[in-house]
Structure formats: structure tokens, C-alpha cells
Ligand binder design. Structure first.
Ligand code: GLN
Length: 493
């Protein structure tokens, strides 16, 4: 494999502009890497020909001096974003055969900036999961392995394919979505950078909806700079999404000044969860030391309602999902199973089309929204959500950003936690609060565990303060100097 697949987005961009290689060469190298990565099951749909076509257009733009910010950059897109004329499955049997007649706003923004599509990445069904094991198209395998152990590990989820493909050096970067942690957690598990922007920064139009008040698109990359560049291309106001923020877009890359002196960083004591491994606590302390050495000040803060975040999330998210997924009835999209009467057709289509995790969410969501339980569960969860948002508002009156670990533990083996939904939901205990409050968060690879697996640190910021979040993340990245990468065992499979 040529080292073109090792380049960061920033390096590929600069190399293309300096004519060191062409967009076509870059696309060919990545098409080959995607094919070689098939044992990892990272893609639902590969689009190698589309990549070459887009690369040819990119080369013409580079030649003509009309290159966009992502001109010629190979991108993998989570198969939750509708792509015109290209199958979009959301990892579900119920959408099999669905070919969208329109393009999501975020992906349209990427193509306008000149990016090249490598394919649509595997994910948990309807983005419901933390391990990529709920996909109808089978689990994604992490490119990482524990030291001295050949068991297949999960890459995290739900954007597991997007994370694994970037970590495996088969895509320069990828886009994902994060409803409760689905960008940050897989980024942490696979040793890459993953960012969930402020709710409203990236348009949700054309993204298959899971929980609309929580869903947000964001970048998965191998550096903080790359995250800044990709986010800049993805983000922006969109009249087609009523929750899209009509604000001027800053130059995110310019925010990476490396200067955090004088910033105040909060360390929330409630994020020290029961049973957190000592090495994760130690890494967190290491993060504190790194920021202090760079001139920031750290203070302990309290986010008192943290322990209610996960229970509130697992009411609000399924409630919205049960409503959003009502549209899959066999009439409008994808799969149809015939039945004697119309209602039988609905029932047999949904029974055949949805996997167990999606059914569980639809059942929970329908239950908490039903008359008699609505006040006890749904309204209560919304009130708790407001208290969580208020915790953050109070904390941010005194600090610029918050530092936490991204996950309470490292990646686990495929199958290891699949039978216990509650244990699986615990994956998101440190990421979910930011979704409930709509705040930006980023995970930066910071160290390897004793077992040789990546661990991430998370920076959370105020709403629409992505610049500061990125700047702090950049300082952590430099201090951590994380150079580890998975061995390419899958090429020999
Ligand atoms: N793991 C969480 C869930 O299953 C979050 C998923 C996501 O962010 N899409 O709901």
C-alpha cells in the first residue's frame, strides 16, 4: 500500500495543491485500501467508480485553480446520510433497496467543497448502539487488537464503520452522527479524533432520523486540524432544517493557535464513575497536567445531575425514535412484506425489517409516550434534561471548557457485552450529557491502555464555542503525541 493513505487531510490537501500527486492517485490508493479492509466489514456500499469520477472533477478544479476546501479528499460517509442515487440503509433491513432521490445537506456541502466519496460506512441499525453489533449487515471489526490476543474487538458505535475505516488508513476522514456518543466513543476506541458539534451547527436535513432533538453530524479524522477543516466544510445554516443555527461560520482551522494560557478548565467530579479503571483515572489526571503545563488553570466543578443523564436519555431518545420510525410501514421506503389486510402488511414489514435493538427502542418509546405514562416518564425525563443543561450553564459561568475521559473503559470483544443492553448503555455515560444539553464535545486519542488499546480524552465546551474546544483539543493532541496505529493484520486475511 502506498503511503498516500497515511496522509492526514491537511497533508493531502497541501500535497494536491502542490501537485505532488493527483486526486486520481489519491482515490486509487484509497479504493485499494478500502478493498483490502473488507475483512473489517467497514462499508455497506463501496463506490470506487464514483470516487474516480469525482477525483477526475477534482483534478480539473485543481488544475483550473478553482479548488474547494476539500478538493480531492477521500471521504467515507456513514450510511445514515441520504446520498442521491446511492443506496442508503441506516444499517437496517427495512431500508434495504432504498435509493434516495436527494442528497443530505451535509454530504452536499462536502461535494461542493470538492470531496471524493469512497463509500457508505457500516453502523448500528438506525444508529442505535455502541459497538456496531446491531447492524443488519453484521458487526464491524476494529482494526485494533489487544496485545497478544487475536480476538476481534468492537470499534465502538454507532459510527463504527466510519471510525474503523479512518483508523485503518482506508479513508482520509469520515463523517458520522452522534446522538449520545456515536462519534466520540468509536473515535476513542479506535485511536482517532471525533467531534460532535453544537446542536444546530450541521444541518440534519437528509440524515435518517433517530432522535431528532439529539442527533448531530460531525467529523472523524486522524488529527484535530483535520477535524477543524472537515467541520468547516460540513457546517452551516440550512433553511431545510428548522433547528439549524443561522450564525456566521468561523474559520475553525484558524482557531488552532496552540495557546490555552489563562483558560479555565473544569474537572467534573461526578464523571468519576464507579468502577472506572485506574488507568483511565490516571489518563484524566495526565490531561489535567498537560493543560496546566500549557498555561491553563484547572478547577474541580460539579455537574450534580450527571447520574440522571443516562436514564433520561434512554427515555427521550427511544421516545423520539418510536415516533421517527413510524414512517417505515412498507408503503414508502424499502422493504415490504405482504399481509392479508393493510395492517397485516404494516406488522409483517416492521417485524421482518427491524432488528431486536430497534424493536426494544420502539417498544420503550411507545410505552413512555403512552397515556398514563407520559407524565411519569417522558415529561420527567424532559425536566431532568433541563436540569442537566442548567448544570452546564452554571459550570460554564466559571470555566471555559470541561475535561473528562471519553469512555469509562476501553474497547471490548465482539459478543462480550451484546446480551446485556444495560451494560451496553453504560458506554455512553460520559458522552450523553453533552447531547442532552446540545453542547460541543471532542474526543482526542491520548494514550494506550495496558492492553495496548487506545483511550480518549474528551473536551466539552459552551454552545457554539467549537473554536475553543478545538484549540484545547489541539494542545492535548500535541502533549499526548499519540503515534500508535493498528497493525495491518486484515491485509493478510
Ligand atoms: N449508544 C447510544 C445509543 O445507543 C448512542 C447512539 C448514537 O449516538 N447514535 O443510543
Amino acid at each position: 500500500m502506498t503511503d498516500l493513505t497515511d496522509l492526514t487531510l491537511a497533508a493531502a490537501r497541501d500535497g494536491l495543491r502542490a501537485r505532488e500527486f493527483s486526486a486520481r492517485e489519491l482515490a486509487e490508493a484509497h479504493n485499494a485500501a478500502v478493498a483490502a479492509a473488507r475483512p473489517l466489514n467497514v462499508m455497506v456500499t463501496e463506490t470506487p467508480e464514483k470516487a474516480l469520477e469525482m477525483a477526475a472533477a477534482a483534478d480539473a478544479h485543481l488544475q483550473a485553480g478553482t479548488a474547494g476546501t476539500l478538493e480531492g479528499i477521500p471521504v467515507a460517509v456513514k450510511d445514515l446520510f441520504c446520498t442521491e442515487g446511492i443506496a442508503t440503509t441506516a444499517g437496517s433491513h427495512i431500508l434495504e433497496g432504498f435509493v434516495p432521490p436527494y442528497e443530505s445537506t451535509v454530504s452536499a456541502n462536502l461535494w461542493r467543497a470538492g470531496a471524493v466519496l469512497l463509500g457508505k460506512t457500516n453502523l448500528d441499525e438506525f444508529a442505535m448502539g455502541s459497538s456496531n453489533e446491531t447492524s443488519f449487515f453484521k458487526p464491524v471489526t476494529s482494526p485494533w487488537r489487544r496485545r497478544g490476543d487475536t480476538r476481534d474487538l468492537v470499534p465502538g458505535g454507532s459510527s463504527g464503520g466510519s471510525a474503523a475505516i479512518v483508523a485503518a488508513r482506508a479513508a482520509t476522514c469520515a463523517v458520522g452522527t452522534d446522538t449520545g456518543g456515536s462519534i466520540r466513543q468509536p473515535a476513542a476506541f479506535t485511536g482517532i479524533v471525533g467531534m460532535k458539534p453544537t446542536y444546530g451547527l450541521c444541518s440534519r436535513w437528509g440524515i435518517v432520523a433517530f432522535a431528532s432533538s439529539l442527533d448531530q453530524a460531525g467529523p472523524l479524522t486522524r488529527s484535530v486540524r483535520d477535524a477543524a477543516i472537515l467541520l468547516g466544510a460540513m457546517a452551516g445554516f440550512d433553511v431545510k432544517d428548522s433547528t439549524s443555527a443561522n450564525l456566521p461560520l468561523p474559520d475553525f482551522e484558524a482557531a488552532l493557535t496552540g495557546d490555552v494560557s489563562g483558560l479555565k478548565i473544569g474537572i467534573p467530579k461526578e464523571y468519576r464513575v464507579d468502577g472506572m479503571p485506574a488507568e483511565i483515572e490516571a489518563l484524566w489526571q495526565q490531561g489535567v497536567d498537560w493543560l496546566e503545563q500549557a498555561g491553563a488553570e484547572t478547577v474541580e466543578i460539579s455537574l450534580p445531575h450527571t447520574k440522571y443523564a443516562l436514564p433520561a436519555y434512554y427515555i427521550v431518545a427511544p421516545a423520539e425514535a418510536s415516533s421517527n420510525l413510524a414512517r417505515y410501514d412498507g408503503v414508502r421506503y424499502g422493504l415490504r412484506e405482504e399481509g392479508a389486510e393493510l395492517i397485516d402488511m404494516y406488522e409483517s414489514t416492521r417485524a421482518a425489517g427491524f432488528g431486536p435493538e430497534v424493536r426494544r427502542r420502539v417498544l420503550i418509546g411507545t410505552y413512555v409516550l403512552s397515556a398514563g405514562y407520559y407524565d411519569a416518564y417522558y415529561i420527567k425525563a424532559q425536566q431532568v434534561r433541563e436540569l442537566i443543561a442548567q448544570d452546564f450553564r452554571q459550570a460554564f459561568a466559571g470555566v471555559d471548557a470541561i475535561l473528562t475521559p471519553t469512555t469509562p473503559y476501553e474497547a471490548f470483544a465482539i459478543g462480550e457485552r451484546a446480551d446485556d443492553p444495560i451494560a451496553m448503555y453504560l458506554n455512553d455515560v460520559l458522552t450523553v450529557p453533552a447531547n442532552l444539553a446540545g453542547l460541543p464535545g471532542i474526543s482526542v486519542p491520548a494514550a494506550l491502555s495496558e492492553g495496548g488499546l487506545p483511550l480518549g480524552l474528551q473536551v466539552l465546551g459552551k454552545a457554539f464555542d467549537e473554536e475553543k474546544v478545538l484549540r484545547i483539543a489541539g494542545v492535548l493532541e500535541e502533549a499526548a503525541d499519540f503515534k500508535a496505529r493498528p497493525e495491518r493484520w486484515w491485509e493478510a486475511v
